[in-house]
Ligand binder design. Sequence first.
Ligand SMILES: [Zn+2]
Length: 173
Amino acid sequence: MTDTSENIVEVVKMIFGEVHAKVVKVMMENEGKEMRDEEIAKKIGMRVNEVRRVLYELHNKQIATYRKVIDPSTRWYTYYWKLNTENIYTLIKRRKRRVIELLKQRLEYERNNTFFKCTKGERCPIVTFDVAMEHYFKCPTCGAPLEQFDNSKIIELLEKKISELEEELRNDV
Ligand SMILES: [Zn+2]
């Protein structure tokens, strides 16, 4: 599998879960050709019912499509499933944009606030300037003196992550 398809499987796993990722993986390995649900089930070693449930869910999210064919003699339907890769890309992009948005909000918050941390308790929560002031610069949790907390590393990390994701979006990954 290519990096992109691995990326897709990873995202599907994150959004929908392990089982969905397995189904998508098998379908991607089949290079976008149609597959019957029994075939998919056999390849993953899962029950057909379970695979069908997953496929319908993916169908509801417009990630998978099917074509149903009736067998004239048995009157049974066979479902041929296919991934809608285009929609998966759209989904991934939408998700990335959302993550970028959240990271930017966080970055804004980190930039616009001064933080204080406890000089004693390692686990005492870091507080904003306002909270520190309200407590006369004593730790609200344990009462020890507070000292200014340098968040420049956090800001750096956020900036790096945001530009990485923006780069990915530009390159259509
Ligand atoms: Zn404390």
